[in-house]
Design a protein around this ligand. Structure first.
Ligand SMILES: [Zn+2]
Length: 459
């Protein structure tokens, strides 16, 4: 593979900002420094641009099917949208199968992903049934390069507290990381029952059925279960509330290995969207639901002060047409989720860095370095340093784009951030030294993404 020299840009990592060149050989970064020369290298002029490590989105659902409905993307279009938005590695959360098998979802998703991914990719496991063999099975999964699994505290595949403790103990023993969707199932069941009995089946009932305290309690309980399991490491996905954040903050202050992820929708959108007219409100049916402005502010603070570790997307692109068909007359039957993989870096840069809420280095840490480290992808991913994979985003901080389905490559028929004006967009994206995005367009010859074997939890 040819050498590449990225010249004259501002190289930004989670710890440093410097004007420097980056030399790439055989898909890896070989040198970072001023005025490099690199023999017979293809030159990429990055003057006036930011040179960032490729984004790492550790929460996508590109291949999900629920109740006979499939999301709009699939791996190819989902990872192409990711690449256009500056993300070069994704970690997909498979849906659970009715029989609760740990291995069937992995086998199915591997088959679908193979040869179809524009970015590099990895999978989480999902554990929805716990039995005598679960400990051994988790050990096998981790030996297969999958050191994280997800448990749900709500939905049909949810686990009870005793099952969660068993999983936490097994994960701790094997040096794995349990990721968890933390909402109190009984609270949600009770409140949605009350709303249903009252005939309140419109979008406004969605956030009412999943109040902030259902997340706050579940996060708090999860932390208690992890402590009981011998301080097992714990990763809360899509944290959405100030009360949930407070629980995480307290746990961190006690030195517990508790980590949290949030998503742009919980930072930038509020539950006012559920009173939008017509079917518009259905676009925002996702779980947890959008919250109050105070929650958004608290989460920004959590990102800045280190209480929240990563920003992922929970990209789950059911079309508005699917949401309308199932959810117009009954909000509780509406498929949940929204697209977001393509807009994560530009939104966080624009709304975070440009608005003074985050430093440039903290931005890189949140979207790339920390998720790579927590999910066993470092040091190959999430870094611009000799030895790392040459996954590089040449980011134009001046490029202005108004977000709309027309300006994006994802396959869904709407975008929840439509109308947001962002300043900053990826111009060129390299995956292992090869340009997969040039002038904002997908130009790679093929879907060259590989499945990544991840290492065990070490943070
Ligand atoms: Zn999710």
């Amino acid at each position: 593979m040819a050498a590449v020299l990225v010249k004259g840009g501002t190289v930004v990592t989670s710890t440093e900002t410097q004007t420097a060149d980056v030399c790439v050989k055989n898909g890896r970064i070989t040198e970072v420094g001023p005025a490099l020369s690199c023999k017979e290298a293809k030159l990429i002029d990055a003057t006036g641009k930011l040179v960032l490590p490729g984004g790492v989105d550790v929460h996508t659902h590109f291949n999900l099917e629920v109740n006979g409905l499939k999301v709009a993307d699939g791996f190819f279009e989902g990872t192409r949208a990711a690449a256009c938005g500056g993300t070069t590695t994704i970690v997909e959360h498979p849906g659970f199968t009715p029989d609760g098998s740990l291995f069937a979802p992995i086998a199915n998703y591997r088959k679908d992903a193979l040869g179809n991914c524009v970015t590099d990719y990895a999978l989480h496991g999902v554990v929805s049934k716990v039995g005598e063999d679960t400990g051994q099975e988790l050990a096998r999964l981790m030996a297969d390069g999958i050191p994280s699994v997800k448990a749900y505290m709500t939905y049909a595949g949810r686990l009870d507290d005793d099952a969660i403790i068993a999983v936490l103990k097994a994960m701790k023993r094997e040096r794995g990381l349990l990721t968890v969707h933390a909402e109190n199932h009984e609270v949600i069941a009770e409140l949605s029952g009350q709303l249903r009995d009252a005939g309140r089946l419109g979008p406004a009932s969605h956030p009412l059925s999943r109040p902030d305290y259902s997340e706050g309690e579940a996060v708090e309980r999860m932390i208690a279960l992890a402590r009981a399991a011998g301080n097992a490491p714990l990763y809360i996905v899509h944290l959405s509330t100030g009360v949930g954040l407070e629980a995480v903050r307290r746990a961190k202050a006690q030195g517990l290995p508790v980590y949290a992820e949030t998503c742009p929708q919980y930072l930038l959108l509020t539950d006012e969207r559920y009173s939008a007219p017509g079917d518009e409100a259905l676009k925002y049916v996702l779980s947890p639901p959008l919250r109050k402005q105070e929650d958004c502010e608290a989460l920004w603070q959590g990102l800045a002060d280190g209480s929240i570790d990563t920003v992922a997307t929970d990209h789950c692109s059911f079309n508005l047409s699917q949401k309308t068909e199932r959810g117009r007359d009954d909000i509780f039957a509406c498929p949940g989720g929204a697209p977001g993989v393509e807009t994560r870096l530009p939104l966080l840069y624009s709304e975070g860095v440009k608005k003074g809420r985050l430093s440039l280095n903290r931005f890189v840490e949140l979207v790339s370095t920390a998720p790579a480290r927590l999910m066993g992808l470092a040091p190959a991913k999430g870094e611009i340093a000799p030895g790392a994979d040459a996954d590089i985003v040449i980011f134009d901080p001046k490029r202005k784009i108004t977000i709309s389905p027309a300006t994006l490559r994802h396959n869904a028929d709407y975008n929840p951030f439509e109308g947001f004006e962002v300043a900053g967009w990826p111009e060129t994206v390299l995956l292992r030294g090869e340009a997969i995005i040039e002038k904002g367009k997908h130009t790679a010859r093929e879907a060259m993404g590989r499945e990544l074997k991840r290492t065990r939890f070490t943070v």
